[in-house]
Design a protein around this ligand. Structure first.
Ligand code: FMN
Length: 229
């Protein structure tokens, strides 16, 4: 049985395009694997706290040396990391806010990327001391933005820091292979009209198709697309 962690970060509880795309992705997945386990973490509605100096010192203190207050400082993080650890698929329903991650999602990231739980740090590795301790997960980003043309060669090439940021996190920290990172987005929300309708329809179809394909692939292989080397 696949375990899917859905992380919603739209501030809009209703009429949210990213929530709609995630619903379709999951519905499609269920049509292939009805027993798929879905855990929803809605940071759009309940943002995790930002990390503090107390959080940082607790995270960098070995488990057995932590005080009660330190355990308390990490309690939200512990729950969120457990959810990530137990997931086979990380599904980010994530809108573009000010050319980057919604603050609620960034807070989630900062709470989750924990030394000793998600990554290890070893200067013996030279210039790249950080290594994920996770592996075998797929990551899917279902996004929406109000403008358009953020693709390579487009009029806003280089302005979109959401997808590259999530891709770096997924592949460098959450142990997702490059081939197992997928992103779909609807454009033109702020313009409305035919261009938006068309883009939204394409994104809905792509989200449904991806849900089916990834579910079929995992059911057949019982593994992600490739195992980490
Ligand atoms: C706070 C905020 C910031 C936004 N910043 C951008 C932006 O930088 N670029 C853009 O193209 N759209 C931007 N938008 C538009 C959203 O990306 C768009 O409305 C999207 O559909 C929101 O996702 P949702 O429908 O799931 O709520 C912004 C919207 C909000 C509310």
């Amino acid at each position: 049985m696949t375990a899917l962690l859905r992380i919603d970060s739209s501030a809009r509880p209703t009429k949210s395009i990213t929530r709609d795309l995630a619903d379709r992705f999951i519905e499609s997945w269920r049509s292939v694997e009805p027993e798929v386990k879905v855990v929803t973490r809605d940071v759009g509605q309940a943002p995790p706290p930002i990390v503090t100096v107390d959080w940082i010192s607790a995270a960098f203190t070995p488990y057995e040396e932590r005080t009660e207050a330190m355990h308390e400082a990490l309690s939200v993080s512990d729950v969120l990391v457990d959810e990530v650890e137990q997931a086979d698929v990380l599904l980010f329903a994530a809108p573009l806010y000010n050319y980057g991650l919604p603050a609620s999602l960034k807070s989630w990231v900062d709470q989750v990327v924990r030394i000793g739980r998600v990554f290890s740090f070893d200067l013996n590795r030279g210039d790249f001391p950080i290594e994920s301790t996770l592996g075998g997960k797929s990551a899917v980003v279902l996004s929406s933005w109000g403008e358009f043309g953020f693709h390579e060669g487009g009029p806003r090439d280089g302005w979109n820091h959401l997808i590259p940021h999530l891709k770096t996190l997924a592949t460098k920290v959450f142990g997702v292979l490059d081939d197992d990172f997928h992103a779909i987005a609807s454009e033109y929300q702020e313009f409305g009209g035919d261009r938006h309708e068309h883009s939204l329809e394409q994104a809905r179809l792509a989200a449904s198709q991806l849900g089916r394909e990834l579910a079929e692939y995992r059911l057949v292989t019982e593994t992600p697309l490739k195992q980490p080397g």
